[in-house]
Ligand binder design. Structure first.
Ligand SMILES: [Zn+2]
Length: 255
């Protein structure tokens, strides 16, 4: 998970919000079901803002039908935020429908918003909002290399209580993702680092520096899939003493 820089609210959402909030209040008064619809008007805006990547797992999703408009604060308890731009993200259907669903954990003792109250109020969320500038996702979740059943795996760990809960709620360590993470490191990260190691073997300092720069540009650009994983894999696979020796810097990815 990396920081997402939120683009300005698409004007089309404003009209939708006015109309749908009126309909939601009427439904509540009448004791009928709130019509949750029409937020899809920003679906493409969210995908573009996020470089077609799920806000939680960083998987790239080419097909619009597999892209969900995720209500970060779920629409069931937080119906009045269902058309609020800051509450909307693009998430893959696996993270949204199979894992996160209606979960929005708060720290013990924190008070949940009351109806029509604007976020964050006195809430202390235990779920990272990658578009909230108050969070730095890459400092809360770290990928560690492990051997599982004899295979190299990259497993996300929460470095904070919020990071731990986010991994759990979004299922960021689910088996299907562990496969994708492993393939990403083997197919994408390691070949880029091979150029670095080749130059190290030749003790060619300028070539090491150049290969490292190329690897960073290719892997840590926020538009690339699994950029946070790439960062942590680079940190693990190119040891700190080697990075120090060649003065290779490693910046956190962010959009
Ligand atoms: Zn996802």
């Amino acid at each position: 998970m990396i920081r997402i820089v939120r683009s300005p609210e698409p004007p089309a959402l404003q009209n939708v919000r006015v109309r749908m909030l009126a309909a939601a209040r009427s439904a509540l008064n009448a004791g009928t079901k709130i019509p949750f619809a029409a937020y899809d008007v920003v679906k493409q805006d969210l995908a573009t803002m996020q470089h077609l990547k799920c806000c939680y797992c960083e998987k790239r999703e080419e097909q619009a039908k597999y892209r969900d408009v995720d209500h970060h604060r779920p629409k069931a308890p937080y119906w009045w935020l269902a058309w609020t731009w800051e509450n909307l993200l693009f998430s893959c259907i696996d993270c949204n429908r199979d894992e996160k669903r209606d979960q929005y954990p708060l720290a013990a003792g924190a008070t949940q918003l009351v109806a029509e109250q604007q976020a964050p109020g006195a809430e202390v969320p235990l779920l990272i909002d990658p578009s909230d500038p108050a969070f730095v996702p890459t400092k809360e979740i770290e990928f560690r290399r492990e051997k599982i059943n004899g295979k190299e795996r990259w497993v996300p760990y929460g470095l904070t209580a919020r990071g731990q809960k986010t991994v759990e709620v979004c299922g960021l360590g689910r088996a299907a993702l562990l496969d994708l993470y492993a393939w990403h490191v083997v197919d994408i990260v390691r070949p880029k680092l091979a150029d670095v190691f080749r130059a190290v073997e030749n003790k060619d300092q300028p070539a090491v520096f150049q290969a490292w720069g190329t690897a960073k540009r290719g892997l840590l650009n926020p538009a690339r899939p699994f950029a946070a994983l790439s960062h942590d894999a680079m940190k693990t696979l190119v040891r700190a003493d080697l990075r120090d020796e060649y003065r290779l810097t490693l910046e956190m990815p962010g959009s």
